[in-house]
Design a protein around this ligand. Sequence first.
Ligand SMILES: [Mn+2]
Length: 312
Amino acid sequence: MAVRHLLHLTDTHLGLKRRVRRAQDRTARSDLLQADAFEAFRRALLPALRGEVDLVVHTGDLFDRSRPPRAEVVRTCELLLEVARRVPVVVMPGNHDRRGLQRWLPHGGRDLHVLDRPCRVEVAGVALGVVPFERTAAGFGVAAHLAVGPGVDFLLAHQAFDGHQVPGHTFRAAHRTDTVCAEHLPAGAPFVLCGHLHPRQVVQVGETSVVCPGSTVRTSLSERSQTKGAALWTLGAEVRWRWLELPSRPMHLVREASDLSAVAPGDLVRAADETLSQAALARGGWLLGGGSARPRPPEPEDGADQLALPLS
Ligand SMILES: [Mn+2]
């Protein structure tokens, strides 16, 4: 097989809605981080727009909500079609896209492959086993065996695998029915291109390397120290990958006055009390969660990537 380059991105969470309060606004707004999410998506796709890759794969949570805002759907379609005019694109749903993606994205004919069901496809000379998000590891196992068939170059997943980590938690198949381990993985899939976990990470599960580039944008304060990006794969005599890094808006947890010095205009902040919140606003900080001292209501569509985690 000729040397090929594959761009893997995931968890773009387009239409990202989080309450944010700025000094210049009377009330908290929920539309400010949408622009960050879309800009990260666009930047992640630049290697494809420049013609540097042969295939683009997105492994789920394309949108933040199962009913994304109409304007977000329109500009997402425009950009995906622009990419697909240069290079084939494969997209599948994550847990946030729980109504599927075919209802939002154009499909058929063009080189934009929107796959809402488990399947095996060959695109640009690369064999892919596509498994959209499954609620249980057992369900994933059944779907993965169907999707891999006689073998693939890559299995596409949007799941937690044994050993995966998010701040404060390690997923273990022995303790969680949603966590995939070696017994669920079919033979004939040496690599998993994985979505779902927002910190980038690689775990070895049996014979399989599970490579998760993480989200392209920070979606909660627990991600404040994480580097965001995508993965670029080179497929030749050997298969190699490396991270591509994207800039992120800084986030701070302000527990005491000395923490304020790190806050620059436009940074996202959560502060321990109202006095610190006001001081962060005065420095131009944007208060995440609207700056209320009350606990945030749960966000109903958040999955295992958004566990209720301590902030420390
Ligand atoms: Mn996600």
